[in-house]
Design a protein around this ligand. Structure first.
Ligand SMILES: NC(=O)c1ccc[n+]([C@@H]2O[C@H](COP(=O)([O-])OP(=O)(O)OC[C@H]3O[C@@H](n4cnc5c(N)ncnc54)[C@H](OP(=O)(O)O)[C@@H]3O)[C@@H](O)[C@H]2O)c1
Length: 252
């Protein structure tokens, strides 16, 4: 059970943090993983590690903020690798700024990478599967900020709340094609993105005290759920966002 043998997965943000954790678990479960990242060195380091798990893994350099070029990029990937059974939209950036200080370009950049790129890529991916009547599983990486706000999270939170609704909309549109779409909502996970928060002793202590399971999450906490959501045994699950947050959202 819970195997992904013979499946091909595309993971944005797969060269680092949560995306890398997901790619590693998918590869471990038997999928060949193609990761997308912007940074060449991070891509090389990540793919070298992934190949120790599954030699059929690869990395591709692409800046997802070029949303107009995503279609052509995705078609070039299909030509080289074939169709992808699994798509994980994990690439994301954050902006920690009080709402009234956010510049329009900063707002647009967050929405563009966290939301629009995920939509455009998912749409291209679904089209490629629909045209040949092939099923698929897509995962969006959401956040606690889709459920509640903290100071300085306006743009990030808006992008993630919209992404969570997109999970439902895409799931409903594509269910007729047996294409499933689900969200994973991580709690506070120690990664490059959250390193400044982790290093802030006061903030870090607050995260630990606020999390019922009493610790920061690790990227390895997220991957197993991604494997489950993508495997055949989860074939009746779509449109859901499941939080892996150490109990955060369950507690006041
Ligand atoms: N860490 C947490 O506590 C937490 C909690 C909830 C949700 N999340 C979400 O989890 C996802 C991954 O975050 P993380 O914490 O693992 O951070 P991370 O280690 O900084 O990873 C971010 C990933 O996104 C990629 N990326 C960013 N901008 C890109 C662009 N324009 N084009 C292509 N790739 C791009 C990065 O690749 P390059 O470095 O090559 O640009 C990197 O692989 C994000 O969507 C984040 O919002 C994180």
């Amino acid at each position: 059970m819970f195997r992904l043998n013979g499946k091909r997965a595309l993971i944005t943000g797969g060269n680092s943090g949560i995306g890398f954790g997901i790619a590693a678990f998918l590869a471990q479960a038997g999928a060949s993983a193609v990761i997308i990242g912007k940074n060449k060195k991070r891509n090389t380091d990540a793919v070298n590690q992934l190949r120790q798990i599954n030699s059929a893994c690869n990395a591709e350099e692409f800046d997802l903020s070029n949303t107009a070029k995503i279609g052509a990029f995705f078609k070039s990937l299909i030509k080289r690798y074939g169709l992808f059974d699994i798509l994980v939209n994990c690439a994301g950036i954050t902006l920690r700024k009080r709402a009234d200080r956010i510049e329009i370009d900063e707002w647009n950049n967050i929405i563009n990478i966290n939301l629009t790129a995920a939509f455009v890529l998912s749409s291209e991916w679904a089209k490629s599967l629909i045209s040949v009547h092939r099923p698929g599983s897509c995962i969006m990486v959401i956040s606690l900020m889709s459920e509640a706000a903290r100071p300085t999270t306006a743009a990030y939170g808006a992008s993630k709340a919209a992404l969570k609704q997109l999970v439902r909309s895409l799931a409903v549109d594509w269910a007729q094609f047996n294409i499933r779409v689900n969200g994973i909502g991580p709690g506070y996970i120690r990664t490059k993105l959250t390193e400044p928060l982790y290093r802030d002793k006061k903030f870090s202590k607050w995260v630990i005290s606020r999390t019922p399971l009493g610790r920061w999450g690790k990227p390895e906490d997220i991957g197993p759920l991604a494997v489950f959501l993508c495997c055949d045994e989860a074939g009746f699950i779509t449109g859901q966002t499941i939080f892996v947050d150490g109990g955060w959202l369950a507690s006041l």
